[in-house]
Ligand binder design. Structure first.
Ligand SMILES: [Zn+2]
Length: 303
């Protein structure tokens, strides 16, 4: 039985990098069931060559994924999730969506992503240009003033930078008498009353308003976070591990009475050992690069 994780697609998104990283870590791995009691499971995977460990623990409506890349506790109450393996079995790995089922909340695995912030900025500038309301020179100015700034490295300073940014603003002074200034700078609009309009203040009420210019807004709609690399890694790990568990489980005779200690089943890669404390690496020593082992308590059912 092959337990090589499927190869990651050839692109470089963080989630794909995590998938490829996991695949490399667990190219040679063993599976060990430490506890098997209905929906109460404790399954461990070990990849000694890369010193990687992965542990899945389930109890009704709960799944704990632990090991070398961190510990994540999922809880999901649904008609079909009493067995949490059933929830993830066979579905596409989707760390963004799965994060919403974390007991600690999705925000516990989200982190600021500068490249997403840049995408949001570019998107809004492009939108202004496309819809013909971008002041002349906007794209060049944003590239120079914002996209090249180290202030985008951190979420707080990034939002401060974009929220205070203004380009090509024009203002107009409008008087209650019906006269108004040209579209000018804010300062010139303020001074219009004194230098151009020269009205008697008692009869004329003047307001200055912005009539053109570009600024960023609607920040609550800006999506600038991504799930952490380690969480994405563990999502790929969990998906793979459940498939391996199912495959190994399928090789164990369903009738406990038929199980005999020390027997090999199928293609010989599933090794039933007498004790879960044993570590049988004979297949590794024999040069087989893929080893799957199942040990007690599946075998304990026989005793
Ligand atoms: Zn007036």
């Amino acid at each position: 039985m092959s337990i090589i994780p499927s190869a990651a697609p050839n692109n470089t998104s963080p989630a794909d990098r995590a998938a490829a990283h996991f695949a490399a870590d667990f190219a040679e791995a063993t599976i060990k069931s430490r506890r098997e009691d209905g929906l109460y499971r404790h399954v461990e995977f070990a990849a000694p060559k890369t010193m990687s460990r992965l542990i899945l623990v389930t109890w009704p409506f709960n799944l704990l994924v632990a090991g070398s890349h961190g510990s994540y506790h999922f809880e999901r109450f649904g008609n079909d999730t009493e067995d949490m393996f059933a929830w993830l079995r066979g579905i596409r790995v989707d760390p963004d969506r799965w994060a919403s089922k974390l007991v600690n909340g999705a925000d516990s695995v989200r982190e600021y992503d500068r490249s997403r912030m840049e995408d949001q900025i570019k998107e809004r500038v492009a939108d202004a240009v496309e819809n013909d309301w971008a002041p002349e020179g906007l794209q060049g100015a944003v590239t120079e003033d914002i996209l090249g700034s180290h202030l985008l490295d951190a979420k707080g300073t990034a939002f401060q930078l974009v929220s205070e940014y203004e380009f090509g603003a024009k203002h107009r002074a409008e008087c209650s008498c019906g006269l108004s200034s040209k579209d000018v700078s804010y300062d010139d609009a303020l001074m219009w009353d004194v230098y151009k309009h020269k009205a008697d203040g008692k009869k004329h009420k003047i307001k200055v308003r912005q009539v053109a210019g570009f600024g960023f807004d609607d920040f609550s709609e800006w999506s600038v976070d991504k799930v952490s690399y380690h969480f994405a890694y563990q999502c790929h790990a969990a998906s793979w591990a459940i498939a391996q568990y199912d495959a190994a489980r399928a090789k164990v005779p369903t009738k406990p009475a038929m199980v005999e200690h020390g027997l090999s089943f199928g293609d010989g890669n599933v090794v039933m050992a007498g004790s879960d404390a044993e570590f049988d690496d004979r297949a590794v020593r024999a040069g087989a690069v893929r080893v799957t082992r199942t040990v007690s308590p599946w075998t304990e059912a026989a005793s």
